[in-house]
Design a protein around this ligand. Sequence first.
Ligand code: ATP
Ligand code: MG
Length: 558
Amino acid sequence: MPEPVVTTRTNFIRQIIDEDLAAGRHARIATRFPPEPNGYLHIGHAKSIVLNFGLAQDYPGTCNLRFDDTNPHKENREFVEAIKADVRWLGYDWGERVYFASDYFEQLYGFAVELIEKGLAYVCDLSAEEIREYRGTLTVPGRDSPCRDRPVAENLALFRRMRAGEFPDGTRTLRARIDMASPNINLRDPVLYRIRHGVIHHQTGSEWCLYPTYDYTHPISDALEGITHSLCTLEFEDHRPLYDWCIDHVSVPCKPRQIEFSRLNLEYTVMSKRRLTQLVDEGHVQGWDDPRLPTIAGLRRRGYTPTAIRTFCDRIGVTKSDNLVEMAMLESAIRDDLDASAPRRMAVLRPLKVIIETLPADHSESLEAANHPKDATQGIRQIPFTREIYIDREDFAEDPPKGFKRLVPGGEVRLRYGYVIRCEAVVKDETGAVVALRASHDPATLGANPEGRKVKGVIHWVPAAEAPAAEVRLYDRLFQVSEPGSDGRDFREDIHPASLVVIDGARVEPALAGAQPGERFQFEREGYFVVDPDSSAERLCFNRTVGLRDSWGKAQGR
Ligand code: ATP
Ligand code: MG
């Protein structure tokens, strides 16, 4: 397990909690993370997870995992299990405290009866469209439903019959009786219950044909669990009066406080579950764990570590102002983590054979290489040096651009951890394509500067016969614009056509044979890579997590 990041940065929520604790309003804090199981978690959820579980760890207190499962139509068990796995992978433990809003359906029903009895809720016969029409607008007050003054007894009877399944979908709702003229539209007699026949709920099966709305369920679930601080994103700010109204008018044991913070928006990606679902269902990506997605499962497969994600969340902080976070921030968090931890290896992505003619055919020498330049505890490995090696095609240029420091005809370069070699001849096929290089080596240059001349370039290489072949997947940003779908475009038009480049015939150093899925490495001069779950002993498969530096802007000509 990686070390947890100690989130000590203060923020306005911590200040509120400090005040509440100092004033004796609570002895301990209780938070919750309330995902709806209608998709996989993404990096935005990670912000909320790190915040909620982080507060519970630091203060200390408790943090519940609560599935907000009031919309069975789009939810399922696969999502429930994936969410649990992702929260756990991020390093958080809810212990016994996993709940489902559906656990409270019976109690919620009872509270609805209580509201009816108090004259604070009524059964409404308007259709969804009529309700919308009656609701008014920001400038026009709403109109009362003709059912608003229905007698309590009639409401109770109708509500019971709604539960018993006597009415078809859409024919009746239960609504709070608040204020149709309220300047806050959320308070204009919001719907508390809808009829939904024929859906099988992943937790409650077909027990219910009546489902409570989020706005009604959420505050009561919080109160039933004794949540002290209910943290949610800014778009719920206008719902807070309704949140408070629900808690104030039913007999719940405590009064949680809703506090809103700004959601994470990240450049070059999308985070709405509707859009993510479209990307997955329409096959724009290869599944919820596609390494190009901002999902936790995708980031994990991409090679991100829980530490990097927590560090990122800590660095972006928690505020009330909306902003768009640069992808570079996420990338620098994983670079920082992997720079410190990932063993170094050599991998040649586009192999070009070099025959070192000054070596005998059976030459084999073991060269020693440190696994990590700054961490001696990671030890060393041996790399066989043989007459035939591979270098990267991009490290050779017949006609070099100005300033090219790598191999050129007649020029010299140092092989990393090895000797200086000189390119003596270029071997071409009948089409004129370079197929190999003939070279010589200077035996006096192992760990020593060459006599009387300077060799600037250092390139990586692998021994030809002993280097396992590998598939290497180079991932780039999934979208080519920073805000996909802005200016009224369909966000799918902004998908980056080359967001995945698969390199089939890479060759990697022998120390990588047998690398297991999830192992991470720095491929020298190339970037950080992780072994993909598709990898096998016969065929290694690596995903590029991130390049060594932020070269994206440059590559796009920005
Ligand atoms: P969507 O609106 O795309 O369906 P959601 O926000 O409704 O997503 P939930 O499963 O309801 O998804 O979210 C669970 C929790 O995670 C909520 O408390 C929500 O506020 C928080 N959350 C979701 N997205 C973000 C984000 N981008 N940044 C911070 N917190 C987020
Ligand atoms: Mg939601």
